[in-house]
Design a protein around this ligand. Structure first.
Ligand code: TLP
Length: 345
């Protein structure tokens, strides 16, 4: 199987498995797991923040960040294509009572600054209180688009001018950093909190982290406990995340090159539509435009040939390159898509 459903499907490397087997552990709810403590210090340093906290998933990292910044009835401004809005079970509303104020994401993953400013509530007894702006980098549903430091800084300045907090969902921040040739810390300099994942392109089996000020992490730690994310001998998981950060970040460039190759190959197929110039990291969205075809039909036809790609809309599919995908796999995928569309008229 050539599995392009996500980079979440990556399996731990031999080095990770060794590190997991040998990890020193303790009870992390007591703050006594040396491997978790080591990982958290490493993440804080890489992200240029005072402190970090290991959490089980990106979804929980985003949730506890929102819960740490906002109280019930407070409002958060975020994109209509954001992962927090689409794919997290409405957790910030369901668990935290946080009101989402949705703005349209532009194709490049950004929100319009003027629209953000206009959405910030004034002091009026009719309105909820705006507390938070959330960005996503890279932007999943915007095709893995990368937000630049200049853009993020401008949103940060706006947030600060209005006394708001800025959270960045950086599940794939490492991809953004590699694509831009920037440090991850530079990309989140303006953020009050950031969540990052080890279990996507970096191939660790489990785990994410949030980072921010000591004060933010103190609250986030309580929120993690509240939602049941306090883990005990979590060092076995953190050990794999340490290896992920040490060994797996730079190689993301290979995933990006494979995605670019895939996008160019697909764009040349009759009955497929995408603009390969919009692909800058490891996510490729493409539309099947051949009459009589839907995304679900193409996804099923590809699966029969050993290629997995999710249908994400009526005509749209997503392919995500990852650690297990080679250049040969990409050539095979392009051929399989072309054959599938060619075979059935
Ligand atoms: N995204 C998954 C699915 O949930 C869609 C994927 O396959 O891409 N933020 C962003 C931007 C994400 O893409 C994801 C996972 C998360 C947060 C959540 O991470 P987990 O799965 O660890 O909860």
């Amino acid at each position: 199987m050539i599995d392009l459903r996500s980079d979440t499907v990556t399996k731990p490397t031999p080095a990770m498995r060794r590190a997991m087997a040998e990890a020193e552990v303790g009870d992390d709810v007591y703050g006594e797991d040396p491997t978790v403590n080591f990982l958290e210090a490493m993440v804080a340093e890489r992200l240029g923040k005072e402190a970090a906290l290991f959490v089980p998933s990106g979804t929980m990292g985003n949730l506890i960040s929102v819960l740490s910044h906002c109280g019930r009835g407070d409002e958060m401004i975020l994109g209509d294509q954001s992962h927090i809005f689409h794919y997290e079970q409405g957790g910030s509303a369901a668990v935290g009572g946080v009101h989402p104020r949705i703005l349209p994401n532009r194709g490049d993953g950004t929100l319009d600054l003027a629209q953000i400013e206009e959405a910030i509530r004034g002091d009026n007894e009719h309105y909820p209180v705006t507390r938070l702006i959330a960005l996503e980098n890279t932007h999943n549903r915007c095709g893995g688009a990368v937000l630049t430091p200049a853009y993020i800084d401008s949103v940060g300045a706006l947030a600060q001018a209005h006394g708001l907090k800025l959270h960045i969902d950086g599940a794939r921040l490492w991809n953004a950093a590699v694509a831009l040739g920037e440090s991850p810390a530079r990309l989140v300099a303006a953020a009050d909190s950031v969540s990052v994942c080890f279990s996507k392109g970096l191939a660790a089996p489990v785990g994410s982290a949030v980072a921010g000020s000591h004060e933010f992490i103190r609250k986030a730690r309580r929120m993690r406990k509240q939602v049941g994310g306090g883990m005990r001998q979590a060092g076995v998981l953190a050990a794999a995340a340490v290896v992920a950060l040490e060994q797996m970040v730079d190689r993301l460039a290979e995933d990006h090159a494979n995605a670019a190759q895939l996008a160019h190959g697909l764009a040349a197929i009759n009955g497929i539509a995408l603009d390969p110039n919009t692909v800058s990291t490891n996510i490729v969205y493409f539309d099947v435009t051949k009459p009589g075809w839907t995304a679900a039909k193409l996804s099923a036809a590809l699966a029969e040939q050993g290629v997995l790609a999710n249908a994400t809309g009526a005509q749209r599919l997503r392919a995500v390159t990852n650690y297990h995908i080679t250049g040969d796999d990409i050539r095979r995928v392009i051929a399989v898509v072309a054959e599938a569309l060619d075979r059935q008229h």
